[in-house]
Design a protein around this ligand. Structure first.
Ligand code: IVH
Length: 675
């Protein structure tokens, strides 16, 4: 390719990739396969490597993160980043509205309601269509330059359309998606690393990472909510009110929260608020209130600010989810894998409408890292359905009578000496027949996500253990109806139902059976991975650690735990019992046909290819599920263009069809083919 056509190709690839990024990360509506996307990125990366002079700041390849920086430079905000006054109930909101109305000589105004995202405020500066730098809020006047980290957030456009103002600043809230937060903590716990307290702090920590490659792995996200022109004369492009600004930001490619609303009256605001008090818990990000903003900028300016708080906006906070109480004692539970789990016993306290008297403390390191002492006054937090957490102590309230906690050296249930494996935060009871472990394991075994035995609740599990009817999980399958009827308060009808449910559970599929065993670190997802790889628990039971780590997605911790589990004769005995009871240990369903990653895509191949003939390329496409056409039309997804491509290439360019070079196509076929 000539230099000019390489530059041209690079431009086209960037435009195409940016379009897909926007579809995927902002609109949540991708229209190509991951493999096809990867192929475009691979081609761009290849061209940039060979032609480093073509690399630009706004190239999508520049989101990967850069090696550690020394520290962050200070940035002075061109306009201070204000904070908000709070309203805690409807009266306070009404008072705010009355005051604004009075200051505006009785004018009627609309308000924009936005969710108050619980993250970190950032300011992003764009110049000549390109994201040039971004900063944290800091103290509102000066923040830190975290540009390199912000570039890794895929929903922040690195470039904006030419109609955007020449220089402007966008503000928004960076957050850590809750689902990913839980996953991150699960992974950290599985690796014996300390877990993070909450998504907000983790977002803050990730954004202030000196090594932006770490930030890049963290998948932070953003919602933007404001925009200012930075030219002296202001900027004519920018709308004159908040509602239209949100729309305008969207049209420039920014991610704007979809739940914002325009309200005409305080009553409208109240009903928006009530809706989100209920529903905010279901969002994949934390929201701790509603920000109510006077819509017209003219009126905002007229209202102005007092100190750092604007009079034109207020945060209408959701009911508190935190409260202060006493940490009376620390108890220790034994989990199903033998882990010793400390928990807080609290003086009962009301947190956002529910009484909290217990909270998880995870492990010993967690307690020490928070410097929690028995007898402390502590802040506890409850968010929706999740288990209450102890946020931290109030050391200023200490009297000196508080006691340090130390982990028991013997299991609180069976008195076996506790072990703490190298490098792990968890202490374990190594006794496989510890009654506490068996109780937890049994509850897990019969639970909905595992063997799903309806009617076998916690109480029944306990009675079965106490009556000696169950000594390991496989004993579930030798329970008879007569024995059940001997248990206290067991009616004929329920006994029949339970026996039926036990029988039905023999049909569970292999991944469920595997996850029901309760192997350390093997949750339902890992069970899927292992079951689909081995399709036979006996084969899995013979796998070595080396063999296991070679499976994509299986790390050394998991491999070790799986191998150790099956080496244990007691566990093999349970497997044999399960098998003779008729539980499925082998998956003999026919193997599903291999996925067809290019299904639904139409290709046209033209020109001379170097590494294969056109017919071979076409055969490969069909093998991967794609269709092959002879001429380029609007239906064509990709034109694979070799040397001297001619009129088909012209036609593709005219229609805006994505053009793949031979290298790009090979990369696509290669990544598509990966299991
Ligand atoms: S407007 C003067 N809108 O709340 C306007 N802020 O307490 C202040 N925040 O520093 C910003 N969601 O970090 C605004 N939709 C939203 C917001 C929001 C979250 C945060 C932001 C700000 C803090 C003010």
């Amino acid at each position: 390719m000539s230099n000019a056509s390489i530059a041209d190709r690079v431009e086209r690839l960037r435009a195409e990739i940016n379009r897909h990024n926007h579809l995927y990360f902002v609109l949540d509506a991708p229209d190509i396969s991951d493999a096809a996307y990867d192929a475009l990125m691979a081609e761009l990366r290849g061209l940039e490597e060979q032609n480093p002079e073509l690399v630009t700041m706004d190239s999508p390849t520049q989101r990967v993160g850069a090696p550690p920086a020394e520290g962050f430079a200070e940035v002075v905000h061109p306009r201070p980043m204000l904070s908000l006054a709070n309203a805690f109930d409807g009266d306070e909101l009404a008072a705010w509205h009355r005051r604004a109305t009075n200051l505006l000589d009785g004018a009627d105004f609309q308000m924009v309601c936005e969710l108050k995202i619980d993250g970190l405020a950032v300011a992003l500066t764009y110049e000549d269509g390109v994201f040039v730098y971004g900063a944290t809020r800091g103290d509102g006047y000066r923040g830190e330059d975290v540009t390199r980290n912000l570039r890794t957030i895929r929903s922040i456009p690195l470039s904006v359309p030419p109609e955007a103002p020449r220089r402007f600043e966008v503000r928004g809230e960076v957050y850590f998606p809750r689902s990913l937060f839980d996953k991150l903590n699960e992974e950290r716990a599985a690796q014996g690393q300390p877990t993070y307290a909450n998504p907000r702090n983790t977002a803050a920590g990730s954004l202030r990472q000196l090594d932006s490659r770490i930030t890049a792995q963290r998948a932070l996200d953003i919602f933007v909510y404001s925009m200012y022109g930075l030219e002296d004369a202001g900027d004519a492009h920018i709308p004159d009110n908040q509602w239209d600004t949100l729309d305008y930001l969207k049209s420039l490619g920014f991610k704007v929260n979809p739940h914002n609303a325009l309200c005409r009256s305080p009553e409208d605001v109240e009903s928006y608020y009530r809706r989100w008090v209920e529903e905010a818990e279901r969002l994949d990000y934390g929201a701790d209130g509603v920000v109510v903003k006077v819509n017209p900028f003219r009126l905002q300016d007229a209202l102005g600010s007092v100190g750092r708080e604007p009079r034109w906006a207020i945060a209408y906070k959701f009911p508190a989810t935190q409260a202060v109480t006493r940490l009376l004692d620390i108890g220790v539970n034994v989990g199903r894998t033998g882990s010793l789990n400390p928990y807080a016993m609290l003086e009962p306290v009301d947190v956002g409408g529910a009484t909290v008297k217990m909270a998880t403390l995870h492990n010993e390191d967690y307690i020490h890292s928070k410097d929690l002492r028995i007898g402390d006054w502590v802040v506890v937090e409850r968010a929706g359905e999740v288990i209450p957490q102890v946020v931290g102590p109030l050391p200023e309230r200490r009297t000196g009578d508080e006691r340090e906690f130390s982990m028991p050296t013997t299991c609180p249930q069976c008195r076996t000496t506790v072990v703490r494996p190298e490098g792990q935060a968890m202490s374990l009871c190594p006794n496989p027949s510890c009654p506490a472990q068996l109780f937890e394991l049994l509850k897990h075994f019969v639970s909905r996500g595992a063997m799903d035995i309806e009617g076998m609740g916690e109480k029944l599990c306990l009675s079965l253990l106490e009556a000696g009817l169950v000594r390991d999980i496989a004993d579930v399958y030798s329970i008879s109806k007569e024995r059940l009827l001997n248990l206290e308060r067991m009616a004929e009808k329920s006994a029949t139902n339970i026996i039926d449910a036990i029988e039905a559970s023999k049909e569970r599929e292999l991944p469920r059976v595997l996850s029901a065993l309760g192997v350390l670190h093997v949750g339902s997802e890992m069970a899927e991975t292992l079951a689909s790889h081995y399709r036979n628990l006996w084969r899995l039971s013979r796998a070595t650690e080396q063999e296991l780590v070679a499976i994509p997605g299986v790390g050394p911790k998991i491999a070790e735990s799986v191998a150790t589990y099956f080496q244990d004769e007691a566990h093999r005995h349970v497997l044999r019992k399960l098998q003779s009871a008729g539980v499925r240990l082998v998956d003999d369903s026919p193997i599903e046909p291999v996925e067809q990653p290019l299904a639904g895509l139409q290709f046209v191949v033209t020109g001379r290819l170097d590494s294969m003939t056109r017919a071979q390329a076409e055969a490969r496409i069909k093998e991967l599920g794609g269709a092959v056409g002879s001429s380029v039309s609007r239906k064509t997804s990709y034109l694979v263009a070799g040397e001297e491509a001619g009129s088909k290439l012209d036609q593709a360019n005219k229609l805006g069809t994505t053009v793949l070079t031979e290298a790009g196509f090979l990369e696509m076929a290669r990544t598509a083919d990966r299991p």
